[in-house]
Ligand binder design. Structure first.
Ligand code: BJW
Length: 243
């Protein structure tokens, strides 16, 4: 089959969630002991929470940013396998992640859409400048672009906000041949409906998750177990290396 050009639609679209980073040491959200067991999402993951108590929201994200940059967290075999898939099927694979960590980036994933933003970036609510940000943010931090203090926030998508690149994502879902969801509970929209978008457009849909999710019945094939075991196996299958 002829290789696709850079502008053509990807044949394989992979959606990832917090489960893919679990074996790298990052907590998921909705499992026992997950992020939402430790803090109420209404207190940290909405624009209203940030307006009400920006110090608290900053401390929540500062701690998670520090975990990401202290050297303790690394991409695992699932991140590495997806990066290899995109390299070896150049131009045919798009990974969309709901995760704000940078583990796909560090594994070399390209192309990659961070639909819920990135923990290692900040955006200024005054001048809208986005930039890489690896240190702490406080209500006193001045924006390097416009100089205003206290207007920087994590460049992440909170509840009630529009995820990033939605039009590009929907176009890819409607044109792909294979849709794969890895490590996501399908509890949050619009990502939870991607399987329906892809399936109704004719894609073969495969779930790879530790356990059945709310969306399992919508997939043609569901594989349940740890991502570090199942994703490399599935990638090898897609590359024609095993059964
Ligand atoms: C493993 C594993 C291993 C474990 N191997 N697997 C009513 C009121 C208000 C709003 C709404 C409403 N009804 C619907 C909405 C919309 C709302 C929403 O969905 N709310 C629901 C809670 C009901 N959504 C939004 O507001 C979104 N925006 C929006 O809809 O805009 C309008 C729109 C309209 C039309 C088109 C497009 C847009 C924005 C959602 C933003 C979500 N933000 C967060 C926080 C980001 C920043 C941060 O990280 O702090 O994103 S919430 C959190 O959940 C985070 C995640 O990306 C997201 C998804 O979680 P994920 O990844 O699925 O994690 P878990 O923990 O749920 O699941 C992990 C899975 O892994 C489990 O199944 C495990 O089994 C598995 N697992 N270990 C494989 N080793």
């Amino acid at each position: 089959m002829a290789p696709m050009t850079a502008k053509a639609s990807p044949r394989i679209v992979v959606l990832t969630g917090a489960g893919i980073s679990r074996e790298s040491g990052l907590a998921t959200f909705r499992e026992p002991g997950g992020v939402w067991d430790r803090v109420n999402l209404e207190d940290v993951a909405t624009p209203e929470a940030f307006r009400r108590d920006p110090d608290f929201v900053h401390s929540f994200y500062n701690a998670r940013r520090a975990q990401l940059t202290d050297g303790s967290v690394r991409p695992n075999a699932a991140h590495t396998a997806l990066a290899r898939l995109a390299r070896e099927r150049h131009g045919e694979v798009l990974v969309i992640t709901q995760n704000i960590d940078d583990l796909h980036d560090r594994a070399g994933q390209d192309p990659l859409i961070h639909m819920h933003g990135e923990l290692l970036r900040a955006i200024c609510t005054a001048c809208r400048e986005r930039r890489a940000w690896h240190g702490e943010l406080t209500t006193e931090t001045p924006c390097p672009a416009c100089g205003t203090a206290g207007t920087l926030r994590p460049d992440v998508v909170w509840f009630g906000e529009m995820p990033l690149d939605v039009e590009r994502i929907l176009a890819a879902l409607h044109a792909c041949e294979t849709f794969v969801a890895v490590g996501t509970s399908a509890a949050v929209q619009p990502a939870a409906s991607f399987v329906h978008e892809a399936r109704s457009a004719g894609a073969r849909c495969v779930e790879v998750n530790l356990e059945p999710s709310e969306a399992t019945p919508a997939f043609h094939d569901a594989r349940h177990g740890p991502a570090t075991e199942l994703v490399p196996t599935f990638v090898a299958e897609l590359l024609g290396e095993r059964g």
